[in-house]
Design a binder for this molecule. Structure first.
Ligand SMILES: [Zn+2]
Length: 109
């Protein structure tokens, strides 16, 4: 059982609500539960200088997403076309799904 409850999962659409990328949205690439951070596609991109290595002979500058604190993110509802609060619903088959509190749409597919 997971100890830490995270409100976002891989492939979720999220919006940044604080920090330098505020107002931007993207798809969750990876969740880092132990750090309470997530990697979001094309967001919080940082340039890193790399040394030549076996994998990359030239070395140089690579652009890479840096993890964003989960507290700075909100889940997006496609129907509401914006960041929304999340609710939970128990389906008839016993599954728990995340829902949009605004329109009631299911966020888990
Ligand atoms: Zn909605």
């Amino acid at each position: 059982m997971a100890v830490i409850k995270l409100h976002v999962k891989k492939d979720d659409l999220v919006m940044v609500v604080a920090g330098k990328d505020k107002g931007k949205s993207g798809k969750v690439l990876r969740v880092l539960p132990e750090k309470s951070r997530v990697l979001v596609e094309n967001l919080n991109v940082v340039k890193r200088h790399t040394r030549p290595s076996q994998a990359n002979n030239e070395g140089g500058i690579i652009e890479k997403e840096a993890p964003i604190a989960i507290s700075n993110l909100m889940i997006m509802c496609e129907k509401c076309d914006g960041p929304v609060r999340m609710g939970k619903r128990l389906l008839e088959d016993g599954r728990r799904v995340r829902t949009c509190r605004q329109c009631g749409d299911q966020l888990d597919r």
